[in-house]
Design a protein around this ligand. Structure first.
Ligand code: NAP
Length: 317
């Protein structure tokens, strides 16, 4: 018999990490809606989006108070099945999350719950950017600009498994080593002027596709690095920037934005099928940087925005 209360993180109003409160809240009522399941959360994934939503910098119609968190993994109360989540009705920074049936997916036995909490947003975003937006092809060269974080490492693994020539950047030596270990053929430090010169020289051999995690800093430079007829997918940006549009003319290139939040159910079904195949043949392996207690969500929100990414930060209830 489940207690009627559970521990969860709640946000009562937008603000800094301190608005993430550790509280007793009512257990979500499963079964009120058809096709709903209650999942005992064993790990919740932390994404930069969680911080934008918390601070109010991302426009949505959130009803306060709310429990944050899109990603998570755990066990379905009714069936005992191991699952990872692609969102939930009630929020994943909690001991339990109420989910629609289409938000739960089988978690392969060889992946931990922490790894499961690092799947949906990073891997679905990477898959959509590479294949549904850029139409990436085997043999092409892709630069993953910001490869050491959750999305970047997923891009590296997916592109490598697809037969691409993969280049990745990170801002620390540890990040660079991890990007190489995950399959990048060449790595560059995006904080080093010397490495930037090396990247510019290497790019003369041709860069067909750039997956950009920080477009407000890099978009104009990406346009310089890109080959004729190349494509840039803007995955992340934290502000405005100035570009020289002439690059788009001389290179006849495409710059496209994407958000995983716009993926239709049919897109998500395709993504899920592609990811499950990659987990089964072990070309895709979520990388966990650190596990923190769920009550330390505020610390996780500071860490996720700090330099020095090396995979996912997950919260353990
Ligand atoms: P993350 O785990 O915090 O990783 C951030 C990445 O950005 C790290 O690889 C970091 O490298 C890199 N970075 C820092 N400075 C950079 C620079 N000057 N140039 C290039 N890269 C730089 O975050 P994430 O989950 O991978 O997400 C990455 C970005 O995509 C975020 O802005 C996020 O909001 C966005 N995103 C968008 C979608 C979408 O649907 N469009 C979905 C998920 C995420 P170092 O730490 O090694 O310097």
């Amino acid at each position: 018999m489940l207690s009627m209360l559970m521990k969860a993180v709640q946000v009562a109003a937008p603000g800094g990490p301190e608005v993430l409160e550790w509280k007793n809240v009512p257990l979500p009522a499963a079964g009120k809606g058809r096709g709903q399941v209650l999942v005992k959360i064993n790990a919740a994934g932390v994404n930069p989006l969680d911080t934008y939503l918390r601070s109010g910098s991302y426009t949505t119609n959130l009803a306060y108070p709310y429990t944050p968190g899109i990603d998570g993994a755990g066990i379905v109360e009714q069936t005992g099945k191991r699952v990872y989540l692609s969102g939930s009705i009630s929020g994943t920074y909690a001991e339990y999350a109420l989910c629609r049936e289409d938000q739960i997916h089988p978690l392969p036995d060889h992946l931990s719950f922490a790894q499961g909490a690092g799947i949906h947003v990073p891997y679905a975003t990477a898959y959509r950017a590479l294949f549904q937006k850029a139409r990436a092809k085997a043999g092409e060269t892709v630069l993953v600009h910001g490869a050491s974080g959750g999305v970047g490492l997923a891009c590296v693994q997916l592109a490598r498994a697809h037969g691409m020539q993969v280049w990745g950047t990170a801002g620390t030596q540890g990040g660079i080593e991890l990007v190489a270990k995950c399959g990048a053929h060449r790595t560059f430090n995006h904080s080093s002027q010397e490495d930037k010169k090396k990247l510019a020289t290497a790019a003369q051999e041709g860069v067909h596709l750039i997956l950009e995690m920080l477009a407000n800093l890099n978009l104009n430079w990406d346009l310089e690095l890109l080959s004729k007829n190349g494509r840039i997918v803007v995955i992340g940006s934290r502000g405005k920037t100035e570009i020289d549009p002439r690059f788009t003319m001389s290179k006849e290139c495409s710059v496209m934005g994407m958000t995983i939040l716009s993926a239709e159910p049919k897109d998500l079904a395709e993504i899920e099928a592609g990811l499950q195949a990659g987990f089964a043949n072990r070309t895709l392996t979520p990388i966990i940087n650190c596990e923190l207690p769920l009550r330390n969500a505020a610390q996780a929100h500071q860490l996720i925005l700090a330099p020095g990414a090396c995979g996912k930060i997950v919260l353990i209830p």
